[in-house]
Each structure stands twice: as structure tokens, then as C-alpha cells.
Ligand binder design. Structure first.
Ligand code: S3P
Length: 428
């Protein structure tokens, strides 16, 4: 094991500033995969700086896709739906659940077998949720008791109608991408709306996709065409600064060019209920993805209860939402047991980390409660290899009376490599 990196976070009286955040992680994965499945050249600007999306690019290279990377601009030469090369070695998805699950959907339809593996965290994550529908379509997938590595034996797939029992954009996307390779219509009916970037991105690359309520349908055998696209700023990275500004009265943070897809922005309503002022100005958009400026002004700290039906729209923001109450007030979450199977068990890691910082927090089977008193002693919190835990602990630590240490802090590179340097700028 490499030695753990440690970040020291000093207390802050306020946060203030204007910034942009890296390209959206979810959208970057989808643009890269769809560019590879389309004909011709695509240019993707403001591609995510995070290691997860670079895992997707590395896997695509292993499948014979030519990719050039210049700063945050990626150029890919697509090979169409059936021209991937059989990889000469297993494909490394790193820490990325989106990479392994979405690629499993594509590999299920290839005329070869390929193995997908990941790091320690990814190797613990549940894959039956994609193995089951892809097997029904005809693929054979070997796993270790439903966990990675996955060996996907591709075949000619048949279309299915699928109704997953958990709301998951990754599962929905895996089945849709597999469906694109069949000779019929595949339908996925979600139990609740999840992020719809795949649907919007498919249309942007020239594929026809049907959306009727919570049912998405895709016809096989279509052709996509390479595109020049700009990836919006990642709302889930912006979330940490939005929470910091909302949690500390007297703060103000302005974030430009951030994605405003309504399936992602549930945090805005949560912060308003907490007592913050949140102004949103839509300035444009591309490929069906709205972009704009968000200004959050900290006014007062309140308390907020998260209802189960809100959870799919804020699933990645829940660690940040927990950090709100580290500064005062109470945050109560239920209906979020999916948090237990993210990059870490985010319920247990969050509560243990907050307690280590001197914050009153309790686990629930499907959520957590954090009760703030306005300030806390600070301490040492371990990120447990989870990027969003490291960032949530850093925001919580701003309310301490003494400097805190975040162990394993370099894991922020998964989605937001410049997180700690940006934090320094905003508290200065
Ligand atoms: C993602 C979907 C969500 C989310 C993850 C990214 C995506 O996971 O938590 O960070 O890009 O589709 P689930 O599909 O497991 O809910």
C-alpha cells in the first residue's frame, strides 16, 4: 500500500470567490463511449480531469480506439458499433463504477471475450445489477460472487424489456448501450427518474432514443456520428463549494459554466430549505445539457430533512449535504441505502469520519443524521479511498476550532484533482 497522503484543513470564517469546476464526470464517460461507438472523429472539450474518466479512455484504447489528449480536450476516432478490437490484456476500470457497468453493456455485444477489473474499492461493488439484464439479453458474464473482475463473453444480443428494482443510471445505461447492438427495441422502465445524460448524449450523437415517462426505448442497428462537444462543469464537484458557502453565513461563491441538468440539481432546493440564498442563471447549453452560473450566499443555518424520493436526484451530493450540518443545524437522511455500495460504505465512513472530527452523527440502516452545534474540535478523518468522503470531511473541517487532518486526501483526484488548491483560494 502506498503511504497515505494527508491534507490539513484550517478553520474558515467564510468562503468567498468565483470559479469553474472540472468537466462533468458522468457526461465525460458517456461522450467518450458514444464517440467510440459512432463513425468518425469527435472532439470533446472540457473533458473531466478526474482519474475515473481517464480509466474509461484507457479501456477504450485497449479496445482499439485512437485517442489524443491535449489538456482537457480529447479527440477520439470512433469505430462504429461492431469494430472494437479484442483487447490483448484485461481492461482496468480503476475506481470507476460507471466505467465497468457501462462498458459491460457494450462488451456484451462484441464478438469476443474481455475482462474488466478495478481497484480494491471497485472489486467490492455489486455487479449483479448489470449481470442479470445482460445475461437475459444473451451474454455470459463471469464474476467473483457478483463482484469484479467481470469476464464478459460477448454474443449477438436479443432486445429485452427491463424494469430494474433500484434506480440506477449506470444500470439503465448499460442496458441501453447493449440494446443499441440488438436487432429490435430494448426498453428500460426505471422505478424513479435517474440522471438522463445517456439519453441526451445518444440524441447528440445522432441516435434516436424514445423517452415516455420513466420508460426509455432504443432501437438496435442505428449509426451515430462523431461530434464536437463541450462538457459542462460538474455539478457534483460544484456541490462542495455550494455547501461551504451555504453553511457559513457571510460567505458567497459563484460557479460559472456548471451543468444544470434538472436530474442532477436537487441540491439547490435542499440548500434553500436549509436557509441559503441560491441564484441560478442559465446562460446556454449544448447537446441537450443546460449550463449556467450558480451563486450561493450563506444567510442562516437551519435544519433539513431529506425525503427518500429526493435521493436519486442528490445521490452523489449526500456526503456534502452531511457536511452542511457540521456547521450547525441538523441534516436527516433516509431512503439512501445505495450509499452503502458506493466507492465506500458512505453511511458508515461519513458517520465515523464526522465523529472523529468531533461532530455528533449517527448511522441509520438507510441514511444518517448529523447534528451540528456551530463548531467542533476537529481531528483526523480517514477518506477510506473515497473521493467524495475526502471532500465532505474537508468542508466539515472548516467549522472546527483547530486544524484537522484528512487522511488519504489525494483520492480527490478521482473526480476533482484541484480540490484542495481551490479550497485554499476560497478561504483566503
Ligand atoms: C452515475 C450514476 C450514479 C452515481 C455515480 C455516477 C452515472 O450511480 O452515484 O456517481 O454516471 O451514471 P448509480 O447508477 O449506481 O446510482
Amino acid at each position: 500500500m502506498p503511504p497515505q497522503s494527508v491534507a490539513t484543513v484550517t478553520p474558515a470564517r467564510r468562503v468567498h470567490g468565483r470559479l469553474r469546476v472540472p468537466g462533468d464526470k458522468s457526461i465525460s464517460h458517456r461522450y467518450a463511449l458514444l464517440a467510440a461507438l459512432s463513425d468518425g472523429r469527435s472532439e470533446l472539450q472540457h473533458f473531466s480531469a478526474g482519474a475515473d474518466c481517464h480509466s474509461t479512455l484507457a479501456c477504450l484504447r485497449g479496445l482499439g480506439i485512437h485517442i489524443d489528449i491535449h489538456d482537457d480536450t480529447i479527440t477520439l476516432l470512433g469505430r462504429g458499433l461492431h469494430q472494437f478490437r479484442s483487447p490483448s490484456s484485461p481492461l482496468d476500470a480503476g475506481n470507476s463504477g460507471t466505467t465497468i457497468r457501462m462498458l459491460a453493456g457494450i462488451l456484451a455485444a462484441q464478438p469476443f471475450s474481455a475482462t474488466l477489473f478495478g481497484d480494491e474499492s471497485l472489486s467490492r461493488r455489486p455487479m449483479r445489477r448489470v449481470i442479470e439484464p445482460l445475461s437475459r439479453m444473451g451474454a455470459r458474464i463471469d464474476s467473483t460472487d457478483g463482484r469484479p473482475p467481470l469476464t464478459v463473453h460477448g454474443t449477438t444480443l436479443r432486445p429485452i424489456d427491463y424494469a430494474p428494482d433500484i434506480p440506477s443510471a449506470q444500470v439503465k445505461s448499460a442496458v441501453i448501450l447493449a440494446g443499441l447492438h440488438t436487432e429490435g427495441t430494448t426498453r428500460v422502465t426505471e422505478p424513479a427518474q435517474t440522471r438522463d445524460h445517456t439519453e441526451r448524449a445518444l440524441a447528440a450523437f445522432g441516435f434516436t432514443v424514445g423517452v415516455h415517462g420513466h420508460t426509455i426505448s432504443i432501437d438496435g442497428g442505428q449509426r451515430g456520428h462523431g461530434q464536437s462537444l463541450l462538457v459542462p462543469g460538474d455539478f457534483s464537484s460544484a456541490a462542495f463549494w455550494m455547501v461551504a458557502a451555504a453553511a457559513i453565513p457571510g460567505s458567497q461563491v459563484t460557479i460559472d459554466d456548471v451543468g444544470l441538468n434538472p436530474t442532477r440539481t436537487g441540491l439547490i432546493d435542499v440548500l434553500r430549505r436549509f436557509g441559503a440564498k441560491v441564484d441560478v442563471h442559465e446562460t446556454g447549453g449544448q447537446a441537450g445539457e443546460p449550463i449556467g452560473t450558480i451563486v450561493v450566499t450563506g444567510d442562516r443555518t437551519g435544519s433539513v430533512t431529506i425525503a427518500p424520493e429526493e435521493v436519486p436526484g442528490i445521490i452523489d451530493e449526500l456526503p456534502a449535504i452531511g457536511a452542511l450540518a457540521a456547521h450547525g443545524g441538523e441534516v436527516s437522511v433516509t431512503g439512501a441505502k445505495e450509499l452503502r455500495v458506493k466507492e465506500s460504505d458512505r453511511i458508515s465512513v461519513l458517520v465515523n469520519g464526522f465523529r472523529a472530527l468531533g461532530i455528533d452523527a449517527d448511522e441509520r440502516p438507510d441514511g444518517f443524521v448529523v447534528r451540528g452545534t456551530g463548531t467542533h474540535a476537529g481531528g483526523v478523518a480517514d477518506a477510506h479511498g473515497d473521493h467524495r468522503m475526502a471532500m465532505a470531511f474537508a468542508i466539515a473541517a472548516l467549522a472546527a476550532t483547530a486544524p484537522s487532518r484528512i487522511e488519504g486526501a489525494d483520492v480527490v483526484a478521482i473526480s476533482y484533482p484541484a480540490f484542495f488548491s481551490t479550497l485554499q483560494r476560497l478561504v483566503a
